[in-house]
Design a protein around this ligand. Structure first.
Ligand code: 5AD
Length: 350
């Protein structure tokens, strides 16, 4: 593990293409030596695009009236989980816009419990935003083992520029602490190259994730959405992708034993985005299992990829991507974060 100072991180993420190649190789080597060269898969199910938040960067923010809103019903959600289980993948992710209403929370508890009843060894991860501690507890008790909540930026001042005044950085921190305290395996991350962000912010983001002692990370480049307030494109797609890869590599060196996802945003910027993410130190891929009919309605940013491959084809092509970078696609192992396994005293590992 490398203990970086802020200025060292700034230097690394300022590197040009040739130098950065060495950084990526080093990060991939450290990954292989620490968590191994296996790639873990999470079947992603986008349960609903209804959202009570109004983040300035996001395509499904509540003020975007152009979005065709949907909410899957319990049987449809379980059908998606069946499709994940049928491929042999042992970990799934329920993602949705943020909702606090009882009907939604109880639906997610019900679906989590049903998945655990049908497939006891299928690990359930949630990405449902900022909830009350008691709601997190109920979801944990229903069987959810992991939770992803990006801090988006570790700077409170920068956070205020990305979110309306009704949202608070402090509450997001409270959520991350509650999740950890309740026994979840906790993931966080940031948006890279988001508006108003500085290199210093990005360096502080790495230090923040380390300080928070996270188990997993999903972070990807910001990509504009035409119907969100921020429409400027401050960086070209190759520049944004490149910065995303350098952040993955530096985080891998700073936190060698966590799980790091090669996110969809990387793929949106380049057809080889995920492969490049793996080559830069990532070890997790999240293939899409949402119903085809709704995938295009979960548009966080423009041109978010929605495949028309069947799950079988998708898995086969992703396995090829893993092998192309000398990694082993691993469907059978739920891929708990090594970092979590080291620190765990209690928690749902099933
Ligand atoms: N570009 C990139 N990522 C985005 N997200 C939301 N909007 C965008 C965007 N325009 C990310 C946020 C959120 C995750 C679900 O999607 O980081 O946490």
């Amino acid at each position: 593990m490398t203990s970086f100072s802020k200025s060292e991180i700034i230097e690394l993420i300022s590197q040009g293409e040739d130098e950065a190649e060495g950084l990526f190789q080093k990060a991939a080597r450290v990954r292989n030596e620490t968590v191994g060269n296996h790639v873990y898969f999470r079947g992603l199910i986008e349960v609903s695009n209804i959202c009570s938040n109004d983040c300035f960067y996001c395509g499904i923010r509540r003020s975007n009236e152009k979005v065709r809103r949907y909410q899957l019903r319990a049987p449809e959600i379980i059908e998606c989980a069946d499709a994940v289980a049928a491929t042999g993948i042992t970990s799934l992710l329920f993602q949705a816009g943020e909702r606090h209403d009882e009907s939604f929370i109880s639906l997610m508890c019900e679906c989590t419990a049903e998945v655990k009843r049908k497939y006891p060894s299928l690990c359930v991860t949630l990405c449902l935003g900022e909830l009350e501690r008691d709601q997190y507890r109920r979801l944990f008790d229903a069987g959810a083992a992991r939770y992803l909540l990006r801090i988006e930026t570790s700077s409170e001042e920068h956070y205020r520029k990305l979110h309306p005044g009704e949202m608070s950085y402090k509450n997001r921190l409270r959520c991350l602490r509650d999740l950890r305290d309740l026994g979840y395996q906790v993931g966080s991350g940031v948006m890279i190259n988001s508006p108003f962000q500085t290199l210093e912010n990005l360096a502080e983001d790495i230090l923040f994730l380390k300080e928070m002692d996270i188990d997993m990370c999903g972070m990807g480049p910001y990509i504009p959405h035409g119907d969100a307030p921020f429409t400027d494109v401050p960086y070209s797609a190759p520049e944004a992708l490149f910065m995303g890869l350098k952040m993955i590599a530096v985080l891998r060196l700073a936190m060698p034993d966590i799980n790091i996802a090669a996110t969809t945003a990387l793929e949106a910027l380049s057809p080889q985005g995920r492969e490049k993410g793996l080559r830069a130190g990532a070890n997790v891929i999240m293939p899409q299992f949402s119903p085809q009919a709704w995938q295009a309605d979960y548009m966080l940013y423009d041109n978010k990829p929605c495949g028309d491959d069947t799950p079988g084809e998708l898995i086969e092509s992703l396995a090829g991507v893993c092998r192309a970078c000398g990694m082993v696609p691993d469907f059978n192992d739920p891929g708990h974060s090594l970092h979590f396994r080291k620190r765990i005293k209690y928690g749902n590992t099933g």
